[in-house]
Design a protein around this ligand. Structure first.
Ligand code: ADP
Length: 719
């Protein structure tokens, strides 16, 4: 009976072994094969009789004998893999207690196809021209392809296995919103200087399987240096050409107007007609050039937006007025519907005006059969929304999506007849989006359209703090690096040299003192632990000597002694290990702000600000540009300028208020202020005007003006 039971159990086992797709081999405690299933025979390419009773080491499978030995002696499972008979096989040896002795079961798996698929996918990933880096769910890098190695300047062996975040690999801070698992795709344009100058589009996507499980992330990097630089060149070209075209056009237009007005003698009807055509076309050319300039400014990121609290009702009234005469002539009406309690929006008044004019002029242009135009303002979702509705030709649904792209015009004989460039809406969309708003259209073909935009409400943070723009050609100049460790000094020197600074190194206090006097560096970096702590003494000396006291010193230290450093007159403090970006930005700032005089230009006329900024920067000044009084105050708070050029008539906080505030505060009362004014000055405010150093009246030539400034700054310096 027990024997029958045993036989039955045995046939169960054989049935089980036959059923499984895997190869199975039962091994006796003496290491010989006791049993092998069909799959096992097939995978090994051996018959049952060639296996059973044979020592496992004799089956000709590399590594299997050793795995078995290890498994039997250590009583743990062991695995191995090998190529056998043209297939990729893996073996798992699991020991079991066979009545006091240890036998084992070996499972054999055929991974040939799996491995082929993996090799194929790896080959694909390896040969894509984009850089790829793959992370597992625990943020560990598992794969890096050769393009990514090249972009990052690091081999896969240095990266695979690291637990990190994509942005850290690029030396950037992680996305403040969270990880890709939380935020979905993350995108950034990364500018790299190491191992080479490159602009790289980096995109990180979460990898999620069918069941929604997060498996990790994949980072895609595309080198777009050539494209971006070509785009920049194109933009610069367009911008230069447009500027050049504008000048002659201005006189063409001006003289045609004079002739049409009869200033050059009487003209007959035919001349009048022909000249009107010339005038119309030169107006179109001017519009086109302005659009091209706007596009190039937007695309190169050079567009300057004055975001400020904005009364949308006032802008609407202004824009509507421009069209009143035209509409009257055509016997059409424009209805304005603005609630009295419309909140202020955040926006640039000129640019929002431009958008309104564009939308209203389209509304008139694209309703050739007439009809009224409606402009309505309202509040929706914490935004100020403006709808411009016409009764014109309307737009088919399939065209609506493409309407806001560059050069897109609906293809119809009517549109062709009306004429245009297809640039206006794309500019409007960019402007509104740069202001944090939205644009859109609702329309039915043949039944008119409603174009709308919405802007966020104004808030205090809409006062822009102007940034410091350094003179052309900067950064540069000499930096003295003082450190007793040659390695650290070399590291700092390399960072700064790459940035364009000329670096001199000193390894002890004596050398440092000597070079500081002789070479007049623009900035000194100082390791305070120099000569066993003599660094502080050196700092005190440098700050005490009139010849060196104005050279800003940046303290680099491993101990937390920021307070002491600052008390002794250090201009900046960085803890070691040194963060390259912080070092560079600190030095740039010190070189830009301390050695170069800083001029704050305040005017609501952008052209004047742009002209003065360029001229001043060419002359080696650092410039801050503010477009109104509040921005000017924010700028002064940020960096105290050496001189302020102030326009008096500005919206919001005007020049008088700025001047009074500056002079009333002991921290800013010493800054000389030059008043620029195109209008007779307000005599009632004469006592305020007295506070200014000089007053110049517009128009003036930029060069003359800068000469005057130099004399003012010179005077102040002598005092
Ligand atoms: P342009 O008017 O110079 O062609 P826009 O960018 O302002 O350029 O407009 C792009 C296109 O959108 C126009 O060519 C026209 O086909 C369509 N469009 C714009 N506004 C309207 C409107 N109010 N009604 C119908 N079609 C319009």
């Amino acid at each position: 009976m027990p024997e029958r039971d045993e036989r039955r159990a045995y046939s169960h086992i054989r049935a089980l072994m036959a059923e499984t797709g895997e190869g199975m081999i039962a091994v006796s405690p003496d290491g010989t094969v006791r049993m092998v299933n069909e799959a096992g025979q097939k995978l090994l390419g051996l018959s049952r009789s060639e296996c059973v009773g044979q020592p496992i080491a004799k089956l000709g499978v590399c590594g299997l004998g050793a795995s078995l030995e290890r498994s039997l002696s250590e009583h743990t499972s062991a695995s191995s893999s090998c190529e056998h008979g043209g297939r990729d096989l893996s073996f798992t040896v699991t020991p079991y207690d066979d009545q006091g002795q240890w036998g084992a079961v070996v499972t054999v798996r055929d991974n040939t196809e799996l491995i082929a698929v993996r090799r194929r996918s790896e080959a694909i990933l390896m040969s894509t021209s984009d850089g790829l880096m793959v992370f597992d769910a625990n943020d560990r890098i598992t794969f890096v392809n050769p393009t990514a190695e090249r972009i990052l300047g690091k081999g896969a062996e240095a990266l695979v296995g690291l637990v990190t975040d994509t942005w850290k690999v690029f030396g950037l801070a992680p996305d403040p919103e969270g990880t890709v698992a939380e935020t979905g795709a993350q995108l950034r344009e990364v500018r790299m200087e190491e191992p080479a100058h490159r602009i790289v589009d980096v995109r990180v996507d979460p990898v999620i399987d069918d069941s929604g499980t997060y498996l990790g992330a994949v980072t895609n990097m595309r080198d777009v240096t050539a494209e971006r630089e070509a785009a920049q060149m194109k933009n610069e070209f367009v911008s230069t050409v447009s500027h050049e075209l504008r000048t002659p056009l201005t006189s063409i237009k001006g003289y045609i107007d004079l002739i049409l007005d009869g200033e050059a003698g009487e003209i007959n009807e035919i001349q009048q007609e022909f000249l009107s055509i010339v005038k119309e076309n030169s107006d179109r050319l001017v519009d086109l050039i302005n659009d091209m300039l706007d596009i190039s400014r937007i695309e190169s990121g050079r567009i300057v937006l004055k975001v400020q609290p904005l009364d949308v009702a006032e802008r609407i009234a202004g824009a509507v007025n421009t069209f009143r005469a035209v509409l009257d002539q055509q016997g059409r009406e424009i209805h304005v519907d603005v609630p009295d309690d419309l909140p202020l929006a955040a926006g640039d008044p000129d640019r929002v005006g431009q958008v309104l004019i564009n939308f209203i002029s389209n509304a008139i242009k694209y309703s050739p059969q007439g009809g009224d135009v409606r402009v309505k303002a309202s509040v929706e979702d914490s935004m100020v929304r403006v709808d411009i509705t016409d009764e014109g030709i309307g737009i088919a649904l399939e065209d609506q999506a493409k309407l806001f792209t560059k050069f897109y015009r609906v293809d119809s004989s009517l549109t062709r007849e009306i004429g245009g460039t297809g640039l206006g809406l794309s500019i409007c969309k960019s402007i509104i989006e740069l202001l944090g708003g939205e644009v859109g259209v609702d329309s039915t073909a043949g039944e008119g359209s409603t174009f709308w935009f919405a802007l966020p409400f104004a808030s205090d943070r809409h006062v822009r703090t102007p940034s410091l723009e350094t003179p052309l050609g900067s950064p540069g100049g000499r930096v003295l690096v003082v450190d007793d460790s040659e390695d650290v000094a070399n590291l700092v020197a390399t960072y700064l040299a790459r940035r364009g600074y000329e670096v001199v190194k000193a390894f002890n206090a004596r050398e440092a003192r000597e070079y500081a006097l002789e070479l007049e560096p623009r900035v000194i970096t100082l390791d305070v632990m120099l000569d066993e702590g003599a660094g502080f003494e050196l700092l005190r000396e440098l700050k005490g000597d009139p010849a060196t006291k104005d050279i800003p010193v940046v303290v680099l230290s491993i101990i937390c002694d920021q307070g002491k450093s600052e008390r002794l007159g250090a201009a900046g403090y960085l803890e070691k290990p040194i963060d390259r970006d912080r070092l560079i930005s600190l030095i740039d700032e010190l070189v830009g702000s301390v050695v170069t005089p800083v001029v704050l230009v305040v005017d609501d006329d952008k052209d004047i600000v742009e002209l003065l900024s360029i001229t001043l920067k060419q002359r080696g000044y650092a410039v801050m540009a503010a477009f109104d009084g509040r921005e000017a105050m924010a700028a002064v708070e940020h960096t105290k300028p050496h001189l302020i050029l102030l326009d008096m008539r500005m919206p919001g906080m005007d020049g008088y208020e700025v001047l009074e505030t500056l002079k009333g505060d002991s921290a800013t009362s010493e800054i000389p202020v030059v008043i620029m004014s195109a209008f007779p000055l307000d005599r009632e405010q004469a006592d305020i005007l007295e506070l200014a150093a000089v007053c110049v009246s517009k128009p003036f030539s930029a060069d003359q003006f800068v000469n005057l400034l130099e004399s003012v700054i010179g005077d102040e310096g002598d005092r």
